[in-house]
Every structure is written in structure tokens, then in C-alpha cells.
Design a protein around this ligand. Structure first.
Ligand SMILES: [Fe+2]
Length: 161
């Protein structure tokens, strides 16, 4: 049987390509790389040697809860900058949290309305001011649905080394 190997790229639909490029390049430090010669507005960025982010401008609908999770190197700087920009969105998944294995988990909207989860590797230094912040809440997100289907474990992690 064939096997999926990994994520090559994520394509996000944006409403304004230039605004989106500025956000991903300036705020998240992504490096622009050439896109193919498509006949529509699109921009490619490099996360690392094997993963890319593609932005493309179309009229489309945005998911309320669907998101991509991006690991960042400095979650403290990101938290305070995103708060300053006013783009932290607590409506789909609650406040900024610390996951049981250590990473901070926070959700922001890009300028087009795409939901991004930003997190850091377990063991990363976390500024204690985040734990005191109005946007922070202890414990994992509780939806109140009481529907426990799915494969779950106390040993779960986002980061497999
Ligand atoms: Fe997530």
C-alpha cells in the first residue's frame, strides 16, 4: 500500500496577496521563493528545506476552526507582537494555552482571516508574563461537547523527535 510521506506545502487562500506577503515575511520571517509562472496572483515561501507555504489570492470562504500550526523559534516575541497587532483570536479554540508537554499554543488570524496556530517546541523558555496575561488560560481547551471519540493519550505531543 502507498504511504503519505509528509507535508510538502500548505496553500492558504488570501484576499489581498501583498498584505498577506507582508504579514508572512515581516511578522513570521518567512523567506520568499519563486513560484511557477501561474496566471493568477500567488507567492511561495520557504518554511525549511522540505516545507513551503503557498499564498494565492482568490475570493473564497475561510474556515472558522480549521488551521495550520506553525512552529516558531521565539514564542515570547511572537506572543507580544501578535497581541500588539490585535490578531489573537480566542473565539474558535479559547485562550492562549500551555499544552501538557510544554509548548505554548496560540491562535491568530492572518490579514485575510486564515486561522494560524503558533507554537514552540517543548522545553522552550516561556516568559512568565505570558502566564499572567489576560489572553492566557491554564489547562487544555475544553469545548463542553463531552464527545470523547478519537485516539487520545496523556503522552500526546505535537513534537516527535
Ligand atoms: Fe492545532
Amino acid at each position: 500500500m502507498a504511504k503519505a510521506l509528509g507535508v510538502n506545502h500548505i496553500a492558504l487562500i488570501v484576499s489581498d496577496l501583498e498584505k498577506a506577503c507582508e504579514f508572512y515575511e515581516k511578522e513570521l520571517g518567512l523567506e520568499p521563493i519563486p513560484a511557477f509562472l501561474f496566471d493568477y496572483p500567488t507567492a511561495f515561501f520557504k518554511f525549511n528545506e522540505t516545507q513551503q507555504l503557498h499564498l494565492t489570492e482568490w475570493d473564497d470562504v475561510f474556515s472558522f476552526r480549521g488551521h495550520i500550526c506553525i512552529q516558531v523559534d521565539d514564542i515570547n516575541a511572537i506572543f507580544f507582537r501578535m497581541k500588539e497587532l490585535g490578531v489573537i483570536d480566542t473565539s474558535p479554540w479559547g485562550k492562549v494555552r500551555q499544552l501538557p508537554d510544554g509548548p505554548i499554543q496560540m491562535f491568530v488570524r492572518d490579514p485575510s482571516g486564515n486561522l494560524l496556530e503558533l507554537s514552540c517546541a517543548p522545553g522552550s523558555y516561556i516568559d512568565p508574563a505570558i502566564f499572567e496575561d489576560e489572553y492566557f488560560q491554564a489547562g487544555i481547551y475544553v469545548s463542553g461537547r463531552n464527545d470523547f471519540r478519537g485516539y487520545k493519550s496523556k503522552e500526546a505531543t505535537l513534537y516527535h523527535n
